[in-house]
Design a protein around this ligand. Structure first.
Ligand SMILES: Cc1cc2nc3c(=O)[nH]c(=O)nc-3n(C[C@H](O)[C@H](O)[C@H](O)COP(=O)(O)OP(=O)(O)OC[C@H]3O[C@@H](n4cnc5c(N)ncnc54)[C@H](O)[C@@H]3O)c2cc1C
Length: 547
């Protein structure tokens, strides 16, 4: 059997950073197993290709969630990257870290070293910020290029003026001292091309002779000797392919993402004994928290029809598209270099709310049925609004012992009353923003939820009818102390009760954060790389004491 020091399962956001950091020492042999293909497809790298990769099954797990009690009987689509770079190769490029209190809460749950002052040095170490930013918060020397949206659009400007007319300040950097306010989006895009975790971290690492990246390697289970993980079994070429085993002398690191990491653990006999027993899987290690606690952001998208100006809906058609293609080819700018969302607005749902609990994004475009993936024909603009820190929790559970069967994904969106209230508040704020006077020259009428919707109950009904995921699932292998029934990993990301096995990806988040998840997942992996190597953490950032 081939032997490595570390075997990493999944070459996504986390796996790519780990492969890079762990292979810095030339004597360390690292194997990375990725179920998907190489990230060669041009749509991955072209920012506007987002709309194509959204449904592209060759590089996307394209999961369907279970209908929930508050999704109007709908099964919500859940794309996930299945290629080098993982979801960072098909995501919406937004760079958003979250708020100080998100990480302080993680620490307060008993996770030492995960407070904001501890994790900020990792955010900085990873990043090459181009543009505005206070050096206390922003990094300039990392591999992940972060730029600000550079497409000046009158509708975006009018939206921001509208926000300011409602008392929402313009914020020069939502990844700086405070998040609240309205700003152009910060993106992982450089010279008109996507910066994925693979392009920033994995591909440079692949040039090293001590790194072996295997694509089309679908991991079926972790191999144990007693309670120690010693290797990994995968099927080369996917379903129907050849079984292969590789050995890890130091550690197996599971970075399969929020849906697939608990799946691989459960398939390996690690999880709830009731679930495993019901599927005829031998229990290797009882750990009831595996797969439980799933959280995500749930976003209804409010849409207004637009007059007196062209929106992206028209620009991506006919001759305009050819002009844009030429512009991208010659200058790397224009429509094809854009992320799907352009302006970010963080605000609170009530006067007494201490920090922004709402995130709203603005795009001078609109989508069929409110789902990103297919633009509408008539001119439109969209505000997606969502609650930043939901309380509702669901689960990921395997449905059979077949490693190729998609897991059961039940997010339980909006089951908690607080979540319903905040989502309704977000939709009402979206209406006020769309009908603000700076947008008046362009605002024709509200298409969704539409003027008939007035009461809170009507807003809620509209939210259940059309809300979707914002693609931020987390928290299915939560980090917490050994005594916590829900905890799967400790604060060094080692699986409780087992040896030689860590989980490192978005699944370890104990609670949802006020952000899109790519930046924090990269941070988790960078911090994990120090923990794995026994390296001293960078000094925690000290902030001046507030008067
Ligand atoms: C459509 C979309 C838009 C998004 N937009 C944004 C955004 O704009 N900004 C942002 O911050 N976040 C965004 N996100 C979320 C963000 O990209 C993810 O949270 C983040 O990439 C998760 O990283 P990860 O390492 O946990 O998992 P992933 O990056 O998903 O990596 C998991 C990897 O493991 C592989 N894998 C899984 N199972 C197996 C197996 N059995 N064997 C072998 N390999 C396996 C997968 O193929 C994948 O490559 C978006 C996500 C999606 C899907």
């Amino acid at each position: 059997m081939e032997t490595f020091d570390y075997v990493i399962i999944g070459a996504g956001s986390a796996g790519s950073v780990l492969a890079n950091r762990l292979s810095e020492e030339p004597a360390t042999r690292v194997c990375v197993l990725e179920a998907g293909p190489k990230d060669w497809h041009p749509y991955i790298h072209l920012p506007a290709g987002f709309i194509k990769t959204f449904h592209m099954k060759s590089i996307n797990w394209a999961y369907q969630q279970e209908p929930g009690p508050w999704t109007g009987g709908r099964s919500i689509y859940a794309p996930r990257g299945k290629t080098l770079g993982g979801s960072s190769s098909i995501n919406g490029h937004i760079y958003n870290r979250g708020q100080r209190q998100d990480f302080d809460t993680w620490a307060q749950l008993g996770n030492r070293g995960w407070g904001y002052p501890d994790v900020l040095p990792y955010f900085k170490r990873l990043e090459r910020r181009v543009g505005e930013g206070d050096e206390t918060y922003r990094g300039r020397d990392g591999s992940l290029t972060v730029t600000t949206m550079d497409w000046q659009d009158p509708l975006c400007e009018a939206f921001m003026a509208g926000a300011m007319s409602l008392g929402i300040p313009r914020n020069p950097d939502y990844n700086g001292a405070i998040q609240e306010g309205v700003s152009y989006a910060q993106r992982t895009i450089q010279n008109g091309l996507r910066v994925s975790a693979a392009t920033a971290f994995l591909h440079p690492a692949r040039k090293r002779p001590n790194v072996d990246v295997r694509t089309h390697a679908h991991v079926t289970n972790i191999i144990f000797e007693g309670k120690r993980a010693v290797g990994v079994r995968y099927i080369k070429g996917g379903k129907g392919g050849t079984p292969v085993e590789v050995r890890a002398t130091k550690e197996v690191i599971l970075s399969g993402g929020t849906y697939n990491s608990p799946q691989v653990l459960q398939l390996s006999g690690v999880g709830s004994p009731e679930l495993l027993g019901s599927l005829g899987i031998e229990v290797r290690h009882a750990l009831p928290g595996v797969g439980e606690g799933l959280q995500d952001h749930y976003a209804p998208r409010s849409v207004a029809r637009v007059k007196n100006i062209r929106t992206i809906n028209e620009l991506r058609r006919g001759l305009s598209l050819w002009v844009e293609a030429l512009k991208w080819a010659t200058t790397r700018r224009g429509l094809l270099s854009l992320s799907p969302t352009m302006v970010y607005c963080f605000w609170h749902s009530g006067e007494t709310t201490e920090s922004s609990d709402l995130q709203l994004t603005f795009t001078p475009a609109s989508y069929k049925e409110g789902v990103q993936g297919q633009l509408e024909d008539e001119p439109g603009m969209t505000i997606a609004s969502w609650q930043q820190r939901p309380e509702s929790r669901g689960y990921v559970r395997i449905r059979s012992a077949d490693p190729f069967a998609p897991p059961i994904i039940q997010t339980n969106y909006l089951v908690e009353e607080l979540d319903r209230r905040v989502v309704v508040a977000g939709m009402k704020l979206a209406r006020r923003l769309l009908s603000s006077s700076p947008l008046a020259p362009y605002y024709a009428y509200e298409d969704f939820p539409g003027p008939k919707v007035q009461s809170d109950d009507e807003f809620l009904a509209a939210a259940t009818e059309r809300g979707t995921t914002t693609f931020h699932p987390g928290c299915t292998c939560r980090m917490g102390p050994a005594g916590a029934k829900w905890a799967v990993v400790d604060d060094e990301l080692r699986v409780h009760g087992l040896q030689g096995l860590r989980v490192v990806d978005a699944s370890i988040m104990p609670r949802m954060i006020s952000a899109n998840l790519n930046a924090s997942t990269l941070m988790i992996a960078d911090k994990a790389s120090d923990l794995i190597r026994g390296k001293t953490a960078p000094e925690a950032v000290r902030f001046p004491v507030q008067p």
